[in-house]
Each structure stands twice: as structure tokens, then as C-alpha cells.
Design a protein around this ligand. Structure first.
Ligand SMILES: *Cc1c(COP(=O)(O)O)cnc(C)c1O
Length: 212
């Protein structure tokens, strides 16, 4: 039962951690059940899915993007997106800034870091993250609000490795948060959110465990 799954996860993580339900690949009826249970933060990994779900679901939903975003697609979501969690380059940030300004908005974004040992295509390293925050604090991208960091751990049964990957992102977050006003550390999905929360995550992105 979707509602029970949500309540169970919420009771595990406590009130200080935000649950964002990942609704990718789910049908509208399932998402409506989560909505009826009071869930208001949902994430998709594709722009097309975001647009379809926006048309089919209530307007008080906060919509997050968690997948790689191509610059030429930013314009389709700039009017309504609540948070873009998957910012992986300066160029993308510039395009988000440009499109947000057209709608007189300031869009909340997270910088996606690679922390996993496996090769991943998208994300940035700590140096690039720091360079972006430095430029931001100097006045770049006024229509973007960088509110935190996001990362995905390796897909492995090795709990120690996952814990170490999350801890490394937490350390970077702690190093940067006061100076740059960061308040969101997005780490943890169905298989590893307990480890992520123990390591200091305050936002988890959970799909399968909600809809199973
Ligand atoms: C799909 C996805 C999730 C959710 O994965 P589950 O294992 O279904 O909980 C979380 N974060 C990102 C970036 C994803 O692509």
C-alpha cells in the first residue's frame, strides 16, 4: 500500500528529513494515491514526464528534476519547476538563469556531485562545485538559488563503501554550507536511504520502496 509505505518511511527518517517521492515510470493513479496520503514533493528524471504529470495532477505539487537536463530543454520547465537537483555544469546553470529570468523567477538548484567509485556520466567534482559557488557568491546567476548538494552512492552491497561515499559528500556540504547558505543535502534512495540519513542527509529521493 502506497500510503502505508510513505508513512513507514517518514516515521523512519523523522521530521527533519524531507521525503521526495520519485514517480518516474509510475502511472497517474499510483501518484494520486501518494498525493492522497499527503505527499506533495515528487521527482521525475525526464522533462517530458514532468510536463505530462504536471498536466494530469494537482497544482500544489512541488516538482523536482533529478535526471540529467539538456540545456535546450530548460525552457520547458522554467515556469514551474520547484527544484532542479541535477545541475552538473556551469553552462546548465547559465541557461537555467536565463530562462528563470524570463519568468521573473529564482529557481532553486542543487549541484550534483559524483561520489560513487563507478564511472558516472553526470555530475561534478568538488573543485568544480567550489568554483561555481565562488562565482555565485560574486554575483553570477542572479535567477538561480543554489540551495544544496546532491549525490548518488555506488550501487553495491558494500555498506561501508556506501557510507564512506555519503560521508565524503556530507563533509563537503559542512565545509561549504555556512558561507554559501546551503541547506539541502540530497542523498539516499530506496536501497540506501537509512545509511544516507545516518550520514547526514536531509532529503531522500525514494521511488521503488514507495510503490512496491
Ligand atoms: C530513480 C532515482 C531515484 C529513486 O530510485 P529508487 O531506487 O526507485 O528509490 C533517486 N534518485 C535518482 C537520481 C534517480 O534517478
Amino acid at each position: 500500500m502506497i500510503a502505508q509505505n510513505i508513512f513507514k518511511i517518514q516515521s523512519e527518517i523523522g521530521p527533519a528529513v524531507q521525503l521526495v517521492v520519485v514517480s518516474k515510470y509510475r502511472n497517474i493513479e499510483d501518484i494520486k494515491q501518494a498525493y492522497a496520503a499527503g505527499q506533495r514533493h515528487f521527482a521525475e528524471n525526464r522533462v517530458q514526464a514532468l510536463l505530462e504529470r504536471k498536466a494530469a495532477l494537482p497544482n500544489d505539487i512541488h516538482r523536482h528534476l533529478i535526471g540529467h537536463l539538456q540545456s535546450n530543454k530548460v525552457k520547458h520547465i522554467a515556469a514551474f519547476i520547484h527544484c532542479i537537483q541535477s545541475v552538473d555544469s556551469k553552462e546548465l546553470l547559465s541557461e537555467i538563469d536565463k530562462q528563470a529570468s524570463k519568468h521573473k523567477r529564482v529557481i532553486d538548484c542543487l549541484l550534483q556531485l559524483f561520489i560513487a567509485q563507478e564511472e558516472t556520466k553526470f555530475g561534478m567534482d568538488a573543485e568544480e562545485c567550489k568554483a561555481i559557488l565562488k562565482a555565485k557568491i560574486a554575483g553570477a546567476w542572479p535567477h538561480v538559488n543554489v540551495i544544496g548538494l546532491m549525490g548518488m552512492a555506488s550501487l553495491t552491497d558494500n555498506v561501508e563503501q556506501v557510507r564512506a561515499e555519503f560521508s565524503s559528500l556530507k563533509s563537503l556540504y559542512d565545509e561549504l554550507k555556512d558561507l554559501h547558505g546551503l541547506r539541502v543535502l540530497s542523498m539516499g534512495m530506496s536501497s540506501d536511504y537509512a545509511i544516507a540519513v545516518a550520514a547526514g542527509s536531509n532529503l531522500i529521493r525514494v521511488g521503488s520502496k514507495v510503490f512496491e
